[in-house]
Design a protein around this ligand. Structure first.
Ligand code: AVI
Length: 320
């Protein structure tokens, strides 16, 4: 990579932007190039993800919602009275609403990196569920953060739906589960949704929807880098692709360069060969056995598991 000094772009400097810039520069300096998937979720990215969940091909959301709805009673009996439910990467709160309606939850702590999106959803939820205390936390849940002091003394139940765990590398998934256990504390419980290993055709279709919403979601990452880091990515010069890696049991999303080109970010240059890709996301799939091994390795015990008729998705109940 050529390192040519260019005039610095006048964009506001804050710690969040700094971390984003550092991660992008590090990732694009690596071979193969990569960018961490957590940066998909600016406001537009969060909205595009919600749109993905409504495509015909993207089965995980509706399958998991089906399990939560059908098994709400059984799942609720796993939640101690007057619990605090802590949702990691809360997004639209649609799934939490199912649990909140069925289980004896007193306080709800949605944690999400997209602060503005979260505030809006949390306000709507407080309006809809009178008597529920909602304490949103705008934080990157992959880094250490504190729980609100108000929930001291309440039983804690973690909620991590959507197979977001699958977006971590396996060693990161272990670290996340261990940290979540330590954060929630003694006798903690956790309800976690994990996508199952299945027919590769079903998987590839889910990440290459015909309407191109997933492609838009993937490309929006470049738009965000342009806006927040003052880069000059030409969005029309990259294509989206999602492939299933059968050895690693993961879907990989990539952005590929249509031509040989050079991109500038914050005074640095990054060269792309024609066809060279940026690996933007891995979405690991777990068999029930592999998930049990992962959870046990992080200090949790799988108490119960629920799945759908096709065995496409699993919801696991864990005890710390
Ligand atoms: C949020 N996460 C679990 C999604 C997934 O399926 O890995 C993100 C996503 N990427 C493309 N489509 C959806």
């Amino acid at each position: 990579t050529a390192h040519v000094r260019l005039p610095r772009v006048p964009v506001p400097d804050d710690p969040g932007r700094r971390a984003f810039l550092t991660d992008v520069i590090e990732g694009l300096s690596a071979d193969p190039k990569r960018i961490p998937p957590k940066y998909f979720y600016d406001e537009r990215g969060s909205q595009l993800f919600e749109a993905i969940t409504r495509t015909a091909e993207y089965y995980p959301t509706r399958t998991e919602t089906g399990i939560l709805t059908e098994r709400a009673g059984e799942i609720a009996s796993f939640v101690p009275k007057d619990s605090a439910l802590v949702e990691f990467g809360a997004g639209s709160l649609t799934k939490a609403r199912i649990l909140l309606a069925a289980a004896p939850i007193k306080t709800f702590v949605p944690v999400d990196i997209s602060g503005t999106f979260l505030e809006g959803e949390a306000t709507r939820l407080s309006r809809d569920v009178p008597g529920l205390r909602v304490l949103p936390v705008a934080a990157d849940f992959t880094a250490p953060f504190a729980l609100p002091a108000e929930i001291a003394g309440q039983p804690r139940v973690g909620f991590f739906p959507g197979s977001t765990l699958g977006n971590f590398e396996p060693h990161e998934a272990t670290a996340f589960l261990r940290h979540a256990g330590e954060l929630l504390g003694a006798k903690a419980r956790m309800i976690i949704g994990v996508d199952l290993v299945k027919d590769p055709d079903v998987l590839t279709r889910a990440y290459n929807d015909a309407a191109g919403v997933t492609a838009e979601f993937n490309l929006n990452l470049l738009r965000r880098i342009n806006r927040e880091l003052g880069a000059n990515f030409d969005l029309g010069a990259f294509w989206h692709r999602a492939v299933y890696n059968r050895e690693q049991l993961r879907i990989e999303m990539h952005l590929g360069s249509k031509t040989r080109q050079r991109v500038r970010i914050d005074g640095r240059c990054f060269d792309f060969r024609r066809g060279e890709t940026i690996h933007t996301e891995s979405s690991y799939k777990y068999t029930p056995e592999l998930f049990r091994t992962l959870a046990n390795g992080a200090g949790w015990r799988v108490a119960e598991s629920w799945t759908d008729r096709d065995k496409w998705f699993a919801v696991h109940a864990l005890v710390w």
